[in-house]
Design a binder for this molecule. Structure first.
Ligand code: FAD
Length: 339
């Protein structure tokens, strides 16, 4: 058994932490965010609450399904609706259930984080191996250096471009370096807004759109995340890329003007969140990269010390992909530390 350092308290890092701890390892989780969850994100602005990243999750993998069942039983998740969120649906999506955190998406992460040793507001600046042990160089919220953390194994779960930066000083295998180098992400501009009247979204309170520039709209009052009307508007990747450097006020104005016919009301922008790494692009790494789609993790050794890279970028993306990757990383590190 060993001490495992985990960077990232998103769904991948949190599930890996639980699995490793349940297998007898000491686990330390570090995240630069002030709250756990990563892209399972919820934000308050005044009296309103917004889910700002993922809006729902689907689950097909039985192992992830067992975790979901536990969250449902504890009331930290609930079934939201069945079928396609598109209107009109481009194809029959059967009655496949979509789930949400309850009351908000981050509730799932908060539940998972509650029983873990977690350092929030702690940014990893870089990692290296000294005397066969991993070392994390850290900064606090005010960018002041913190004592180095050391461990027998390291799991990195940030979006892959951020993981690549953390590994800049580390000698990786050619396969790991090439696979990480090939993974790209789309950005997403998200506008949080106060609707000026009642919204006219479908009864579930959300819609996915196939027309530029709005990709998704949610009324967080209807979903139960917010006590008052509160609209989350995600832009398409094309709009997000084109307007990445535009002032917040312009992004909010243009996105909300395009959203108004779908919302059934105008809305006032309150905050713009810039997700630089929202979702992985293109096919997930596959057999050509030596990654088993059923065990979506990269395992390497640096001077004998195990390193795993996980997260949604190692899969086709989404919450479930990240969860599967985190669980696969826990298995890989458990095996490596036992060997
Ligand atoms: C706008 C948007 C909408 C989405 N909608 C959906 C949806 O409806 N359904 C769905 O299934 N998926 C959706 N997704 C995708 C889903 O949110 C992600 O696939 C999933 O949450 C990724 O989890 P993860 O653990 O891999 O990464 P993350 O959640 O990104 O976790 C990585 C963590 O690493 C931390 N970190 C990064 N760098 C450092 C550092 N240097 N030091 C310390 N910590 C660091 C971050 O703070 C973060 O908490 C959406 C994503 C976005 C952005």
């Amino acid at each position: 058994m060993g001490r495992v350092l985990i960077v990232g308290a998103g769904i991948a890092g949190l599930l890996a932490a639980h699995e490793l701890r349940d297998n007898g390892h000491e686990v330390v989780v570090v995240d630069k965010g002030h709250q756990p969850g990563g892209r399972l994100a919820t934000r308050r602005v005044g009296d309103a609450t917004f889910d700002t990243g993922a809006q729902f999750l689907t689950v097909r993998d039985p192992r992830v399904g067992r975790h979901l069942d536990a969250w449902l039983a504890s009331g930290f998740a609930r079934e939201w609706f069945r079928g396609s969120p598109d209107q009109p649906p481009p194809q029959d999506d059967g009655d496949h259930p979509r789930y949400r955190g309850a009351p908000a998406m981050r509730s799932i992460a908060e539940r998972l984080a509650a029983s873990l040793l977690l350092h929030l507001g702690t940014r990893v600046l870089g990692v290296d191996v000294t005397d066969g042990r991993w070392r994390l160089r850290l900064l606090d919220r005010e960018d002041r250096p913190l004592p180095v953390l050391t461990g027998d194994a390291l799991l990195l779960t940030p979006p892959v471009p951020q993981t690549r930066a953390l590994l800049a000083d580390v000698r990786l295998s050619a396969r790991t370096a090439a696979t990480l180098g090939a993974i790209r992400f789309d950005p997403c501009l998200t506008v949080l807004a106060r609707p000026d009247g009642p919204t006219a979204l479908p009864p579930r309170g959300a819609i996915r759109l196939a027309t530029e520039p709005v990709a998704w709209l949610t009324d967080n009052l209807v979903t139960g995340a917010s006590p008052i009307p509160a609209v989350t508007a995600h832009a398409t990747a094309a709009f997000s890329r084109a307007r990445w450097d535009a002032p917040d006020a312009e992004v909010a104005r243009d996105l909300l003007a395009a959203a108004a016919p779908h919302l059934g009301t105008s809305a006032t922008g309150l905050y713009v969140h810039r997700w630089r790494y929202a979702a992985p692009i293109g096919p997930p790494p596959g057999a050509d990269d030596g990654i088993d789609p059923d065990a979506p993790v990269l395992l390497d050794h640096v001077e004998g010390a195990p390193l795993a890279v996980a997260g949604d970028g190692l899969t086709a993306g989404r919450v479930e992909g990240a969860a599967r990757s985190g669980l696969a990383a826990a298995d890989a590190l458990h095996t490596a530390l036992r060997g």
